[in-house]
Ligand binder design. Structure first.
Ligand SMILES: C[S@@+](CC[C@H](N)C(=O)[O-])C[C@H]1O[C@@H](n2cnc3c(N)ncnc32)[C@H](O)[C@@H]1O
Length: 189
């Protein structure tokens, strides 16, 4: 298990979708240190192209949400939930003018009323504890995909990984994205 703040990797605005860069700038202005890495962002962008309904748990200042939005096809929607009012307010203001993105302020469980989704990025919701994959089941349609980031390849005896890889309700694989980072992709059976 690692803590991999993605923000320093956003070094040149020309490499990123405009909305992603705006979210990065908002995150920096807000002095918040965390955002998904560009590699995770590109995976979210890719997966969003095949989803009509997307959900993110843990918006922060919208970097992951902006990556998802940059990949969504017309008609697709994203609901993203952030526990802290100030972060949710910042993201809401960033996505003003993007009616396909809805930011909810409150606990991740607010999304339970909106599910199931085709694609779920659980970044501030249930993720690593025993029982967490089961909590997310109502948010994922059968065949829907869950993305979990911040894993380190090769770590043994990591409960936060095994709860996904050994779970009978999902098929899950660990996918290295860089030499030091991996995501778990899970699909609901
Ligand atoms: C790592 S940051 C999210 C980064 C963002 N997803 C991105 O890709 O840029 C995790 C966020 O989850 C939020 N969070 C933590 N617990 C939460 C909960 N129970 N419900 C909703 N959001 C939560 C935190 O406030 C924090 O802003």
């Amino acid at each position: 298990v690692t803590h991999q703040p993605g923000l320093p990797a956003y070094d040149d605005r020309r490499k990123f979708p405009a909305l992603v860069w705006q979210a990065v700038e908002l995150t920096r202005r807000s002095e918040f240190p965390l955002a998904c890495t560009p590699e995770v962002g590109r995976m979210l962008q890719l997966l969003a192209a095949g989803a009509d309904r997307v959900c993110e748990l843990g918006t922060a200042y919208g970097v992951g949400a902006a990556w998802v939005a940059s990949g969504m096809r017309p008609g697709a929607t994203l609901v993203t939930v952030e526990m802290y009012e100030d972060r949710a307010a910042g993201a809401k203001s960033l996505f003003r003018g993007h009616p396909s993105i809805e930011v909810l302020a409150g606990d991740w469980s607010l999304a339970l009323d909106r599910g199931p989704f085709d694609l779920l990025f659980s970044d501030g919701g249930p993720k690593r504890a025993v029982g967490d994959p089961e909590k997310l089941l109502p948010l994922v349609r059968p065949g829907g995909v869950v993305v979990l980031d911040d894993y380190t390849p090769g770590v043994k005896d990591d409960v936060g990984r095994q709860i996904w890889l050994d779970n009978g309700a999902y098929r899950a694989v660990e996918v290295p994205l860089t030499p030091d980072t991996a995501v778990i992709l899970a699909t609901r059976r």
